[in-house]
Write a protein that binds this ligand. Sequence first.
Ligand SMILES: [Ca+2]
Ligand SMILES: [Ca+2]
Ligand SMILES: [Ca+2]
Ligand SMILES: [Ca+2]
Length: 393
Amino acid sequence: MKSLFKIVLLVSVMLTIVGCPSDDSGSTIAVRDRQEVYGENIDDIKNYLKSNYIEIDVNNNVTVTKIPEDGTQTSIWDQYKTPDFGTVEEPEEVPYITVKNDTRTSLLTDGRIADDVDYKLYYIVLDEGNGKTPTSVDSTFVAYKGWNLENEIFDRNSTGAWFSYPDVNTSISGFRQILSKIKAPSASSLPTVDPDGTISYLNYGNVIVFIPSGLAYFNSATSNIDAYAPIAFQIKLFAIKERDHDFDRVSSKNEDFSYNPITGERLLSPDNDYFNDDTDGDKIPDFIDNDDDGDGFLTKFEVRHSLTTGAPPVKTYYYYPFTGAASDDPLTPYDDTRGIPREFTGPLMPVIIPPATTPVMLKSSDPDDFNNVSRLRRHLDPNAKPPFYDQYQ
Ligand SMILES: [Ca+2]
Ligand SMILES: [Ca+2]
Ligand SMILES: [Ca+2]
Ligand SMILES: [Ca+2]
């Protein structure tokens, strides 16, 4: 739904596929069939894993080297293969996840790149990390090293860099999606700073991933990456930051729902797909839509309440948390157990809304409106429009 109040955020931004600095100098060649390229790439990756070995230094940095002829080193495949990932044909495999390409040509709900391939991403978790696993839209602070299957390094950052999705500085699909297997340091695992200023991170997730070109640079070639060539990255996840992309005071993580595949009914659990949530059907996903229900009132004005205190009276606005706290904090002047309410269901009450001098009848609130777990929060309900009785007491 269109509305004068709606500011369309980030729409029709063509995402540059930026992996890391220095990747945008590549040339592009004719586009090949993605399934066919993947078939070649996954064979190359398996051969690579079976003919190279890994060394890990005291700083948890890996070096991969080709096993020389007559070499006795254990291949990556033999070192990390496990029956947990075996199949009938291959009883033991190096761990992997199977993912779709989540690269986008636009940020609209239908902007996913045309690519049906089920990609296998082989990975090795060196350290899991002890904090939170990032969602796909969290910003991540990572150190990394990228190399091709000739073991030539094409990019590295040892001190850490921020990546945000889905912004211009977005990492490649395979890089981003493997972060689901590791965790950032917990809040209590603070980094240490040496006298020379070197920062050391503790308890971070540390992973190696082997990426088919379809989830990397595909037909773009750069100095050390051939077109259609698979690559590898080691990634250390030092920190994550949750975001509110559309500044509507609802965290992006709370704008992700899943759906009943048969009825289409919205379910409360997230599915980590932020592009299938579009309450008003305008193709702008909720997490970058500042008027989710398209009712002409910005979400940020629908998820707040006010208190009027003092003489002369002063009105102060507060924002409801998405879900209320377990118990009320006596230091705040409002009830912290209240989350964003649904449309109020209590009895009609007369309310005078200045500058009018005659009352209008508005539904009053019922305690259940604020904490019923299955409630449709009012910023997602176009029938629940301001004014709300709770703002005018
Ligand atoms: Ca938001
Ligand atoms: Ca979703
Ligand atoms: Ca929308
Ligand atoms: Ca709205």
